[in-house]
Design a protein around this ligand. Structure first.
Ligand code: ADP
Ligand code: MG
Length: 606
């Protein structure tokens, strides 16, 4: 029998190793950006086409490489960053494994241009499938440009596993943001398919956070800063009122490396305890610096977990630092803790009765049904009024669109009531209504979510909602990461009455809004809808459209805690029972509960 063990050829060994390091375009982006940072660049430009599937290029003005180093850099285990095992415990650079470029060269077509400051010409190298195709001198400025084309062109199985462009671009932006956030004194830009998505001038950390996460944080962050011999922490946390329903804006960095840590997250959440609703997430960007020997970063290259020598100290330190800064800026709890967490998170509850609250009441479609009588979709023209007749008998005649009149046929209603009768609002949240057999308690927000959801579903199915043109078109500036999302939603939003046009990179012009959303409130309504959409987006079981419907229904719904007039309550009740599925919200929460008179009688011994 012949011997059967062989050494794998380099390109195959590298391809296998690449599987660990380069899983998707975003992992290559991370590696290339980190190399540029390690090279001392003050300007780093990232260019991607087709979400990195066609091209990922990073151009930096760092220290560059000599001709030999340029060639060497693509060998496996080739690094200038450590020389022996001890160095591992004093790592100051982002990279150290010497695997990234070898992996990249094994799964794409690479073009490298690089020049050191003190050399007169630079080097150009072309590599395909780990094989050098071309190497020649090139005239250029100091720095390095690496372009990798057609990622996984030679590993079709992996190429097929890549997600949609929108999803891969989202990952790329996440990695870009993580590096850019950690190095505010470096200029970064990101260009995707010829469009500049980020343009981040160098500046302070605060400026960088605002550049990335959006201007609304500008006056709404407090700084965190504590120093000890053991460790330092600095950064910013969002004031409680900026807490969102999505986890998005939370960043931890240890020695400038982005990490994920449920444990440290818990520490921060503890500091915010009783200041924010339970299901909401405060913004934070916190940087922890400690002696590299106290951290084990020698974990898997693509993993972002970290091990601390003494986690308990780090936990306590982070929590007290955040508590301290929240206290310093005298941000104290102002909420009524008897309220349900859902309710607490509502602006209407968090704020005294202000102009803002008035306008948010005014933004509800119900309000508008009255203020624009006979124009709005007072009652859905849906023919299936079965539930309504069986269960709840309202007035004999109901006004619907175009002022038509519907006759509901013979009535079984309690005949003392000529109308629905007096409705009682309890705790500004529940509506009590008498029925033929007892009474029901309706949850006003849940009920309204159901009503709006069905109305919007019809809109998308071909009965577009009427739009009012903005008299003075408002511009909406989004955080760059939300721009791609907005582009995905534009068409459906159009059917729902939101007419938006892209204008420049991060800006959309609101040309029109549903007739129900009053002018002046357009922007806020779209921002909140997007926020809610992201909240749903982790839920894979729903289609994009379904998530959008639910988000808008939630956003436009009358919130618990809102005072309703008799008329408003009446319409709400009528519209609810005109729904195809009146008994639950789109998410399955009950909209009402029934109490039978016979049961009440029993309770009272009758
Ligand atoms: P590592 O970063 O772990 O050392 P890489 O494979 O990412 O490994 O890079 C290999 C080497 O190539 C680096 O150690 C560095 O010396 C050199 N290098 C890579 N990218 C750049 C760059 N943009 N500018 C200068 N040198 C670079
Ligand atoms: Mg590297």
């Amino acid at each position: 029998m012949p011997d059967i063990i062989q050494l794998l050829p380099d390109n195959i060994a590298n391809q296998i190793a690449a599987g660990e390091v380069i899983q998707r375009p975003a992992s290559a982006v991370k590696e290339l950006l980190e190399n540029a940072v390690d090279a001392g660049a003050t300007e780093i430009k990232l260019i991607v086409n087709d979400a990195g599937k066609a091209l990922i290029q990073v151009i930096d003005n760092g220290k560059g490489m000599s001709e030999t180093d340029a060639r060497m850099s693509f060998e496996r285990h080739a690094t200038s960053k450590i020389k022996n095992i001890d160095d591992l415990f004093h790592i100051k650079t982002m990279g150290f494994r010497g695997e990234a470029l070898a992996s990249i060269a094994a799964v794409s077509q690479v073009e490298l241009k690089t020049k050191k400051a003190d050399e007169s010409v630079g080097s150009y190298i072309e590599i395909d499938n780990s094989v050098v195709k071309k190497q020649e001198p090139v005239a250029m400025e100091k720095g390095t440009s690496i372009a990798m084309k057609n990622l996984f062109f030679n590993v079709p199985a992996r190429r097929n596993f890549l997600k949609s462009n929108a999803s891969e671009l989202r990952h790329i932006m996440d990695e870009f943001i993580r590096v850019a956030m950690a190095f505010p004194d470096i200029f970064f830009s990101l260009n995707s398919n010829g469009q500049e998505v980020f343009h981040l001038e160098s500046g302070s950390l605060k400026q960088r956070i605002v550049q990335i996460l959006g201007n609304n944080y500008n006056a709404k962050m407090v700084s965190v800063q504590e120093k000890t011999d053991y460790m330092n922490i600095y950064g910013f946390v969002g004031k409680p009122e900026t807490a969102k329903k999505t986890r998005g804006d939370q960043y931890f960095f240890v020695n400038n490396r982005f990490i994920k840590s449920a444990y440290l997250n818990h520490a921060v959440m503890g500091a915010f305890q009783e200041m924010i609703a339970k299901d909401s997430f405060p913004m934070y960007a916190l940087f922890i610096d400690l002696d590299p020997s106290q951290v084990d970063i020698n974990v898997h290259p693509t993993k972002q977990e970290i091990k601390f020598e003494d986690e308990k100290i780090v936990y306590a330190f982070v929590q007290s630092a955040v508590k301290h800064s929240l206290a310093q800026f005298s941000i104290t709890p102002t909420l009524d803790f008897e309220l349900d967490a859902n309710i607490q998170s509502l602006d209407a509850i968090n704020k005294p009765f202000t102009e803002e609250k008035k306008s948010s009441v005014a933004s509800s479609s119900l309000y508008n049904t009255f203020s624009k009588k006979n124009q709005a979709h007072f009652i859905d023209t849906k023919s299936d009024l079965k539930h309504w007749k069986e269960f709840y008998e309202p007035a004999k005649e109901v006004t619907i669109n175009n002022q038509q009149t519907i006759d509901h046929g013979p009535l079984t209603i309690d005949d003392r009531q000529t109308d629905i009768g007096a409705l009682i609002q309890l705790h500004n949240t529940y509506i009590a209504a008498q029925t033929t057999e007892g009474y029901i308690l309706i949850h006003q927000q849940n009920a309204h979510e159901r009503i709006l959801y069905e109305r919007f579903a019809d809109a998308i199915a071909g009965q577009p909602i009427s739009t009012q043109k903005s008299l003075f078109p408002v511009t909406l500036e989004l955080a760059a990461a939300d721009v791609a999302l907005m582009h995905e939603l534009l068409i459906d939003l159009n059917d729902l009455g939101y007419h938006l046009e892209a204008f420049g990179n991060n800006t959309f012009v609101i040309q029109g809004t549903p007739a129900d959303v009053p002018q002046g409130n357009e922007k806020q309504s779209i921002e909140k809808m997007l926020e809610q959409y992201k909240h749903f987006s982790n839920d894979l079981k729903y289609s994009k459209r379904e998530k959008l419907l639910r988000s808008i229904a939630w956003q436009q719904s009358i919130k618990a805690g809102t005072v309703l007039s008799q008329k408003e309550m009446k319409v709400l009740v009528e519209e609810l029972f005109a729904c195809a599925t009146p008994n639950t919200t789109p998410n399955g929460k009950p909209t009402y509960t029934e109490f039978k008179k016979t049961d009440l009688d029993k309770m009272f011994g009758r």
